[in-house]
Write a protein that binds this ligand. Sequence first.
Ligand SMILES: Nc1ncnc2c1ncn2[C@@H]1O[C@H](COP(=O)(O)OP(=O)(O)OP(=O)(O)O)[C@@H](O)[C@H]1O
Ligand SMILES: [Mg+2]
Length: 388
Amino acid sequence: MKEATNAVERAAMQQVLPPDLYSSFLAISADAVIAVDDEQRIIFFNEGAEKIFGWSAAEVGGKYLAMLLPERFRPSHRGHVQGFGAAHGRARLMGERQEISGLRKSGEEFPAEASIQRMVIEGKDIYAAVLRDVSARYRAEEALHQAIRARDDMMGIVSHDLRNPASAVKMLARSILAESRERDDIPPDVAERVEVMQQAAVQIDALIQDLLDVTRLEAGRLTVLPRDVDPVPLVEDALYAMRTLAESSGVALDAAFERELPMVHADPERVTQLLSNLVGNALKFTPAGGRVEVRVQPYDDGAMVSVIDTGEGIPADQLPHVFDRFFQVSNSRAGARHGAGLGLPIARGIVEAHGGTIWIESAAGRGTTVRFTLPAARGERVGVASAR
Ligand SMILES: Nc1ncnc2c1ncn2[C@@H]1O[C@H](COP(=O)(O)OP(=O)(O)OP(=O)(O)O)[C@@H](O)[C@H]1O
Ligand SMILES: [Mg+2]
């Protein structure tokens, strides 16, 4: 119905347009506009077609359309147009059904998108085709794929060749520290410096891990190994590792579990990583004397976990971007601290790989709450899921 109205409106509009205007439109079109008669001889070839194919209208006039196609497509194309002729004469995107290739005068083939329409003029079939050269787009897509592959290769190198030396520093520093506690021939100031080295190596390791996870996330390869678990020990264990940080920051860290929580379907290692990101943020952006609470309650058939802090909050205009890679709120205290802006995008990837959702509520100066859901237990043992 809408289409019919449009057609009527268009017809009415066309009556008031001078015919010369049509030829001007065809002349300025960057697409090739070509018409052939019922024998597929070219009867119209606009400027766009001349540019794309390299032939002039005079050179192709009266010749078979097949000359614009690579040799191997000629037989199938003939049948294709005839089949189209037998069908009703509505415009149809040939490009939607098969990839079309054009052939330039130079002999170069190029990918194209085309739509074709049959018309009957003075009792004769005429086919009009509009064809777009998409080789530039194909090249851009290919370049993009290559760039992604190159980045993935680089991440492979980073993970393999950078993690090993980082782990070596971490382990050696740890063993020196252990020795210094047993023996007293290591001066305290040396032990202190070795400790700083060890912490730096731990940070390098965590950053490499985050970069790897974010790359996997984009490639759809962030895997989770969910199983049916009790959310209470799951969350308690994840928080255990955060207690030291909370104490040293002077921020209270509490957990509250609603009674009658259902079992959930989750990967404990990934949930630990997720909570360490969220609670880590809450502690990082909450000044001493503040409070961070982790609340777990039933949600649908599964559970919802909320990480609530009394910290600096996030201004409304920046809130929509906090899940973007590398995004950090400007003027936030984070500027002075370490962080790459990868925690929240990874958190979201982990939640979504579980089939849950994550969202954030915050106001500047009034604290932040991040909530995520975990799906209900399935009554099965181990499964493998993957982000997106
Ligand atoms: N609880 C919070 N309170 C205030 N701002 C927050 C909070 N959580 C996140 N933000 C803001 O969102 C930004 C992005 O968070 P995200 O965890 O992705 O990165 P990060 O903590 O800066 O670095 P990383 O997690 O990679 O170490 C933070 O830099 C901060 O500006
Ligand atoms: Mg973070």
